[in-house]
Design a protein around this ligand. Structure first.
Ligand code: S3P
Length: 174
């Protein structure tokens, strides 16, 4: 059975949807940001603050390499960080490893969900225009996926059902 990888910008619902999707399939759920936090013993914000974004991206790539090497097991639903797929090697590795599902949302929905809450250094630093620009600059990378679900007006359960439908049609559960 193929692994499932959720990609998409901050606030598109990757972690919430991933957790429920994994439960539906009886799979294990892994959130890459949480793995990084556990292994480094620091929060994402602390890593950005003390080491900077570049170092964080390096950690992200190491975790993707370990994931696709099978270190965290198989039959997984994985949610990535919003910027994980900016790296071409991460994109390639994840596409070979599993079905890549992109979650998208309007800038308005993203702003509402992300708010000014703590824990997302890039969102905390950016105003709405900068966030929209960051989203635009990544759109080509998010479209490099098996299919996309637009989540702006959907509940978590609705998104999960749509993903399940796509995966069943594409034969993932054959
Ligand atoms: C980031 C998104 C975050 C986290 C980090 C950087 C990004 O993950 O990896 O703050 O570059 O878009 P979420 O998409 O889960 O918020």
């Amino acid at each position: 059975m193929a692994n499932i990888v959720l990609i998409g910008f901050m606030g598109t619902g990757k972690s919430s949807v991933g957790r429920v999707l994994a439960a539906e399939f009886g799979c294990r759920f892994l959130d890459l940001d949480t793995v990084i936090e556990k292994l480094s013993g620091r929060t994402i914000s602390e890593i950005f603050e003390t080491d900077g974004e570049e170092r964080f991206r390096g950690l992200e790539t190491v975790i993707v390499e370990r994931l696709v090497a099978g270190e965290f097991g198989s039959n997984l639903v994985v949610s990535t960080g919003g910027g994980t797929i900016v790296s071409e090697s991460n994109r390639r590795a994840l596409r070979e490893w599993g079905k890549v599902v992109c979650l998208s949302a309007s800038v308005e929905a993203i702003l509402e969900r992300v708010g000014k809450g703590k824990g997302r250094p890039l969102a905390e630093e950016a105003d709405s225009e900068a966030l929209a620009e960051l989203l635009r600059s990544r759109e080509e990378f998010y479209s490099d996926s098996d299919f996309t679900v637009e989540t702006s007006t959907l509940s978590i359960m609705e998104v999960v059902q749509i993903i399940k439908g796509h995966l069943l049609l594409s034969g993932r559960r054959e």
